[in-house]
Structures are given as structure tokens and as C-alpha cells.
Design a binder for this molecule. Structure first.
Ligand code: AMP
Length: 99
């Protein structure tokens, strides 16, 4: 998607510091940090939202989030949808530490 900010990050056209990446997803800090740790877990392929994303990808994201959340203490996982979703490329917020 040409006008998608997360597709541009994945293609390296917009800078982001990847803390993890594999063939399916990237993980990088949210630019507007809302907790001690605030990561976005984003599939490399453009899916609009939770409804649009295959179960296989959701499962991989879930497992990565469980791994990343270890050692964070308290954590919160957020997926915004509909009008609450600003960036129309599925992403999962992982907020950890002091919430
Ligand atoms: P939402 O779609 O409502 O779940 O929120 C999108 C999130 O993406 C917001 O928390 C933004 O701060 C974040 N965001 C937007 N552009 C960037 C960027 N270039 N790098 C990192 N995070 C971003």
C-alpha cells in the first residue's frame, strides 16, 4: 500500500528501530510512547484490521507478544479498530512496565 505509513517503515522508507523482525512481522517502538515500554507488532503484509488478518498471522503475533512481555512486569495488549484505528494496517500495541 503506497500511502501506508507502516508499509513505508517495513520497506525502509520511513525510519524505525526494529527490536525484532522475521519473515512475518516487525516490532518497533511507538513514536508516541504511552508507557515505559510501548511497542508495535506489525505484520509485514498489509492487512487492514483484525478482521482482515489470517489466524495464522494472529497466532504468530500472539506468541511473539507473550515472549516480548516476559520481564515487562504489568503489560497491556491493545488492538484498535474502526474509527479508533488511526493507521489502517493491522498492528498490536504492547505496553509494558509503568502503565
Ligand atoms: P492506532 O492506529 O490508533 O492503533 O495508532 C497508531 C499508532 O501508530 C499511534 O500510537 C502512533 O503513535 C503510531 N505511529 C504512527 N506513525 C508512526 C511511526 N512513524 N513510527 C512509530 N509509530 C507510529
Amino acid at each position: 500500500m503506497d500511502d501506508c505509513v507502516f508499509c513505508k517503515i517495513i520497506k525502509g522508507e520511513i525510519p524505525a528501530k526494529f527490536v525484532y523482525q522475521d519473515e512475518d512481522m516487525v516490532v518497533f517502538p511507538d513514536i508516541k510512547q504511552q508507557a515505559q515500554t510501548h511497542l508495535l507488532v506489525v505484520p509485514k503484509k498489509h492487512f487492514l484490521d483484525l478482521n482482515d488478518t489470517p489466524d495464522e498471522i494472529i497466532l504468530k503475533i500472539k506468541n511473539k507478544i507473550l515472549e516480548l512481555s516476559k520481564g515487562m512486569g504489568d503489560y497491556r495488549v491493545v488492538i484498535n479498530g474502526a474509527a479508533a484505528q488511526e493507521v489502517k494496517h493491522l498492528h498490536v500495541h504492547l505496553l509494558g512496565g509503568v502503565l
